[in-house]
Write a protein that binds this ligand. Structure first.
Ligand code: ASC
Length: 151
């Protein structure tokens, strides 16, 4: 009986530890949320970059679809930068929270440029304008990363 009781306690303790380890904190969930959105943006941005750099053929329909996705996705990450969420596996610099107005402004620039790209990309004949606007979106990504993201 003693052994059984000891085993039961061990299993119960492990189960409790397992549950608490598997249950993320609000800050950890926020990190996972915003990283998931950024990954979805990069997933779509990659083929667009390939088309602009002429590494793959320009497919206007595919580009326009991805541009729409990025425009929508660009509106999502800011919500994930909740207070005290510079935790765990994040590349966000402290500046995000120290200079939140500037961070919001740069995210807004990304949103605006991405929305313009989605609009321009609707016209399959405007490849030159699409390329120029794609560069603006990429610059918005880079400017914000330079200031707010660890390398
Ligand atoms: C990408 C990607 C980024 C941006 C950035 C643009 O495809 O993953 O972080 O573009 O390199 O300057």
């Amino acid at each position: 009986m003693k052994l059984k009781a000891a085993l039961f306690c061990s299993v119960a303790a492990l189960a409790t530890a397992g549950v608490s380890a598997a249950e993320p904190t609000p800050a950890e969930r926020a990190v996972g949320y915003r990283k998931g959105v950024f990954h979805a943006i990069a997933w779509n941005f990659g083929p667009m970059a390939g088309m602009v750099k002429k590494e793959i053929p320009f497919d206007a329909d595919d580009f326009a679809l991805r541009a729409q996705r990025v425009a929508f996705l660009s509106t999502l990450p800011l919500e994930g930068f909740i207070p005290d969420s510079r935790v765990g596996n994040t590349d966000a610099k402290p500046a995000v929270w120290e200079e939140m107005d500037e961070f919001k402004s740069m995210m807004q620039t990304f949103e605006t440029e991405a929305a313009t790209l989605a609009e321009v990309a609707k016209d399959a004949n405007e490849v030159t304008a699409v390329r120029a606007q794609f560069a603006k979106v990429g610059q918005a990504c880079k400017d914000c990363h330079d200031k707010f993201k660890e390398d």
